[in-house]
Design a protein around this ligand. Structure first.
Ligand SMILES: [Zn+2]
Ligand SMILES: [Zn+2]
Length: 273
């Protein structure tokens, strides 16, 4: 079974292409399930407008558009509509409402935990640029708390927090182990993120360890975690490049990781409505 639950749309302001282009690319690459999980908006205070996600007034249009396309393409592919969300305790009840909304046009069917910022985007540091152990500890603690809420179907790029460090220290290993242990204990799978892998494969490699990080995933094996491969598609071509996914699968199998291909509780729109 070929699946991908991590797909963006142009609404997040840093992804490209129309929804139909993502869907056609997924059909051509023989995906069985395509999950859209664009960066969620949040009810930020003080009129803050994020440059990396849709606005709240775009949410219904996003959900409605994907649901409509799910019905249109139902005989070729199963499409689900979700959101990539941080764990922001101040706004969590807003997310809970979105996941439980009785009206399909304002309900997201699943959330993945992509924890980019320290408790808030307005003042909180970006974890992907961090080189401080104190902030790394905060990342691990917040991701674990996020998993404990039971709201998230998986943890997207769990190893994002090591990307700018230049060495994988014993301190980072310990934090990785804490995240992996919680993932196992709470049965929240970890995502092996192909967008990060793509960045590492570029001719000019970004500074730092990058992600996915081999040491993190060795620890995930030791802790008996389950992993799902996520394309984290920011353009339709990312779905039309099955080779990268296949290489990742071979690598993870060799590592001895338990790779799953479906997320529990995530139903495709056409079946859930
Ligand atoms: Zn992300
Ligand atoms: Zn993403």
């Amino acid at each position: 079974m070929r699946t991908n639950y991590h797909t963006h749309t142009a609404r997040c302001q840093h992804a490209f292409g129309k929804e139909t282009d993502y869907i056609k690319a997924a059909i051509d690459a023989r995906y069985d399930i395509l999950g859209f999980s664009d960066h969620t908006p949040w009810p930020f205070t003080g009129g803050f407008v994020s440059p990396i996600r849709m606005r709240i007034d775009q949410l219904e249009g996003y959900l409605r558009t994907v649901r409509k396309l799910a019905a249109r393409y139902a005989d070729q592919i199963n499409i689900a509509v979700g959101l990539e969300c941080e764990y922001f305790p101040d706004y969590l009840s807003w997310l809970e409402d979105r996941l439980r909304d009785e009206r399909a046009e304002s309900r997201a069917d699943y959330a993945i935990l992509g924890h980019h910022f320290d408790l808030d985007e307005i003042n909180g540091a970006y974890f992907g640029a961090n080189t401080s152990m104190e902030l790394a500890r905060r990342y691990a603690r917040q991701v674990i708390e996020g998993m404990e809420t039971g709201l998230y179907a998986c943890v997207a790029h769990p190893d994002l927090f090591v990307q700018r460090f230049d060495a994988f220290t014993s301190g980072l290993a310990e934090l990785s182990r804490e995240i992996c242990r919680a993932s196992r204990a709470l049965s929240v799978p970890l995502e092996y993120n192909l967008y990060g892998l793509r960045k590492q494969a570029q001719p000019v490699k970004p500074i730092g360890l990058g992600y996915p990080n081999a040491r993190f995933w060795e620890i995930a094996v030791e802790e008996g975690c389950a992993a799902i491969i996520g394309v984290d598609a920011h353009e339709p071509q990312h779905l039309g490049d099955p080779e990268l996914g296949m290489l990742a699968k071979v690598y993870l199998d060799r590592l001895g990781l338990r790779v799953i291909d479906t997320l529990e509780g995530v139903a495709a729109c056409a079946r859930s409505d």
